[in-house]
Design a protein around this ligand. Sequence first.
Ligand SMILES: Cc1cc2nc3c(=O)[nH]c(=O)nc-3n(C[C@H](O)[C@H](O)[C@H](O)COP(=O)(O)OP(=O)(O)OC[C@H]3O[C@@H](n4cnc5c(N)ncnc54)[C@H](O)[C@@H]3O)c2cc1C
Length: 476
Amino acid sequence: MHRTVFERQAPPASAIDHALAGSRHEVFWLDDVERPAHPRLDGEIEADLVVVGGGYTGLWTALLAKERNLGLRVVVLEAQRVGWAASGRNGGFVEASLTHGDENGRRRWPEEMPLLDALGARNLDEIEATITRYGMQVDAQRTGTLSVAVEPHQVEWLRDEPVDDDHVFLDQDAVRAQVGSPTYLAGSWDRRGTLLAHPAKLALELARVAVELGVEIYEHSPATAVDDDPSGPADAGVRVRTKHGAVRAEQAVLATNVFPSLLKRNRLMTVPVYDYVIATEPLTAEQLAAIGWTNRQGLADLANQFHYYRMTADDRIVFGGYDAVYHYGGRVRAAYEDRASSYRMLTSHLLTTFPQLEGIRVTHRWAGAIDTSTRFCAFYGTARSGRVAYAAGFTGLGVAATRFAAQVMLDQLDGADTERTRLRMVRERPVPFPPEPAASMGINATRWSLDRADHSEGRRNLLLRGLDALGLGFDS
Ligand SMILES: Cc1cc2nc3c(=O)[nH]c(=O)nc-3n(C[C@H](O)[C@H](O)[C@H](O)COP(=O)(O)OP(=O)(O)OC[C@H]3O[C@@H](n4cnc5c(N)ncnc54)[C@H](O)[C@@H]3O)c2cc1C
């Protein structure tokens, strides 16, 4: 079995101990912001549109609904705090892809890919324009993603990628001139396809703008049910209940991501997969000089189990990915977040990538639940005679795609026939995950196979090839 570079060049255990000593189990991004409080919903109110969920999907929906029609009364119900979940703890890679990467999209909707690419690029441009228009302070930088090969067989994968003004192939010397890691063998820099942002600031700024446009946000207000509105004529509206109140509205959007859906039909459509992240202390001038990285791209390596990493505005490195863990039963639980072996592995891999940083401290360690769907990107739909729209299943690439999803849901609620609602990607519903114990058996067998493939120069076993052929599988 081939050993990966992270095993061949692992740092001593003492270096990992030193780096992690004193780290806090806390999301760096949420620790880095002030969070304005919103009231709890007490009593029954009326609205035109009620949005359940105060992450990016819900906040983009509320903001765009107001941009479409400022006169609408829009209410957001958030179970805990705005942006506390995936939206406040992700890598902040705001990527153009709507399909969790080109290959996944091409395999499923080959005929739609030119349009999906164009819509994804437009969506990203519009996110950037929104940030500028409202003066959103989200540390945005359109520096692109640098994909790096760290094993010889991965170099060939990069060579196969198309090259143009915005997509550059970098050989070993050129990639190391960008970012000084002795593990890099080649790189591919997509200069325009990614904007990096501070994820928690993005959520909070979306909320700020939404409120300024007149949206009402209620925190600590978990919705418990969505029903037909019993007080109005049949088929006239919905009523979303919370423990202490309710919202009667013409329409509702469910933006609850990995959390149990209010619609039974969606309960098996996603599973939570835990993704782990560390953040270092700010790098010193000497450490920065030793690694370069002056273009501050988002970085990702290429194995099935890959890392994503980036710099923060105050020169920390945020380093995440690789270990993606599913727990039997598919529940979202805070107890799953502090996983010592994952943090040790990430710290080890960080020090392998940048041995120049020996002695650096990790200050924060955290995890988040990724809403994995069997097609690795969001699915869409409506319920209650078209008065409720939902989108979920972004599978680890949702920062930008949530805005597209918001547009799709608003189109659907309008009953509009648009280039978005006509997409096969939007109209098709993926297959659900099986119930337990089949879910964890299938997911864990797939994970094991992906790890084996990474240890076999990328070669996929029978299970993975079978899943590929069926368009199923598993990813983070
Ligand atoms: C560690 C990690 C790293 C990631 N990195 C990236 C990345 O770099 N780039 C990228 O594109 N994607 C990334 N993702 C994925 C991305 O963060 C998500 O796809 C995106 O944030 C989803 O937004 P959302 O609003 O749908 O979900 P969430 O942010 O999870 O928001 C859903 C909200 O709904 C609320 N809610 C749930 N149920 C109810 C209810 N019944 N009543 C009221 N409120 C409810 C929750 O409390 C929550 O606040 C990452 C995810 C994780 C976990």
